[in-house]
Design a protein around this ligand. Structure first.
Ligand SMILES: *Cc1c(COP(=O)(O)O)cnc(C)c1O
Length: 401
């Protein structure tokens, strides 16, 4: 089989017509700023915040300019200060340690397991040292760890958990939606995530004080009473003079595009999983390749898929990448020594010096990643798996010949 895949790994679906109409209405009104609303009109952003809070089962929600800004806002609202140590995943994307660094705080990396989740034994050891009060937990690539055990460890150590749900919007652990375990959860609506407004994000929480600080931080001025998913004005009285405006709001245009998409989230998640499950089935049993087994309690959203080439040489992995690319299959290698595209390793973030994590290095070196945009058909996904299977197999056999 030497078929070549012709699809584009960066091509998302078009914005739904209903969302385009809503966006046109906002543009015709000229009222794009979230607080620039007509008398008696709630505005698209405030409505979206209420709808997102309801969809996630949270009391409060704030829409933000980006996922990264939601994370930095959540950390700041949770009281993280310059010099504080903040625990976070060694396997994640650059905006996660970046949000910590943006506050002058210091990321402390927790290792990754072969299941691609945070290493809970390592977390327990670091939590026991008692010098970090916050864990910024990234559900990287949609892999959810044993959240019951994670919360036990963090509760016992008095550590506040902020969840980065950029890849788990719509996913759940043991029947609880991802983002509902920690003190606050952050989401992204950037083009490659589960809702697409180009840029954007959400912060959701049940904590009224945290949300009041977050709203002021996001740039509400004293217009916070126009929010529909924020605490009562009395709560703001306590924080309004002592919380800076860091400006990172969402606008009505993006919110208008997101509201119809949010109504379709469950359907879209199911469509991602059909694609994911097709690729996973096609990869299973490939010699030398490790499929990531998903725990029974995890309900994931397969908007991308990962597999491991554990203990392969760098040369052999590079050869797999080259051969797959020649057949139109774009794999990303999280273990590459140099940061490339959107992948980088904890040791590439040199503003935050890290101790070496040998077990994690072994896993990171092995991770290959492939996006699964919804523009791919199920047949496309079967073809993708077939190509990877054949090329991994060829290199594996070559290396043992
Ligand atoms: C995309 C992403 C973010 C940041 O979201 P932006 O909206 O791009 O700022 C944070 N964490 C992870 C894991 C992401 O993939």
């Amino acid at each position: 089989m030497t078929e070549i895949f012709k699809g584009s790994f960066t091509q998302q679906e078009p914005i739904p017509d209903e969302a385009i109409s809503a966006a046109l209405a906002v543009m015709r009104s000229g009222r794009l700023h979230r607080y620039n609303v007509a008398e008696g009109e709630p505005g698209e952003v405030a409505l979206l915040e209420r709808e997102f809070a309801d969809a996630m089962g949270a009391r409060y929600c704030l829409a933000t300019a980006s996922g990264g800004s939601a994370i930095a806002t959540a950390l700041r609202a949770a009281g993280v200060s310059p010099g504080d140590r903040v625990l976070t995943n060694a396997f994640t994307l650059a905006p996660v340690p970046g949000a910590i660094a943006s506050l002058g705080a210091v990321p402390v990396y927790v290792g990754v397991t072969e299941g691609l989740v945070i290493d809970l034994d390592h977390l327990r050891d670091l939590a026991g040292q008692g010098d970090a009060q916050v864990l910024l937990l990234s559900h990287m690539r949609g892999h959810i760890c044993d959240m019951d055990r994670l919360m036990q460890i963090c509760d016992a150590a008095g550590i506040v958990v902020i969840e980065d749900c950029a890849h788990t919007m719509g996913a759940s652990w043991n029947g609880t939606l991802s983002g509902r375990h920690g003190r606050a959860a952050c989401y992204s609506t950037q083009t490659y995530k589960h809702l697409n407004s180009g840029e954007g994000g959400f912060l959701a929480t049940d904590d009224p004080d945290l949300m009041a600080r977050a709203v002021i931080l996001s740039g509400s001025y004293m217009l916070y009473d126009r929010h529909l998913a924020a605490p009562a004005p009395e709560v703001f009285e306590k924080v309004k003079y002592v919380t800076p405006n860091v400006s990172g709001r969402m606008d009505n245009l993006r919110a208008a595009i997101l509201r119809p998409q949010l109504r379709d989230l469950a359907t879209q998640c199911a469509r991602w999983n059909e694609r994911y499950d097709t690729v996973e089935t096609g990869l299973r049993g490939t010699p030398g390749l490790t499929v990531i087994e998903r725990p029974e309690k995890e309900r994931y959203v397969g908007s991308s898929i990962q597999f491991l080439l554990l203990d392969w040489s760098e040369g052999a992995i590079a050869e797999v990448l080259r051969r797959c690319a020649a057949r139109g299959v774009e794999l990303k290698w999280f273990g590459g020594a140099e940061p490339s595209g959107f992948t980088s390793r904890y040791d590439s973030w040199r503003y935050a010096p890290a101790e070496r994590l040998p077990n994690s290095d072994r896993v990171l070196r092995a991770i290959l990643d492939m996006r699964l945009p919804l523009t791919f058909s199920i047949e496309d996904c079967a073809l993708l798996a077939g190509i990877i299977r054949a090329e991994v197999g060829a290199v594996w056999q070559g290396s043992r010949a």
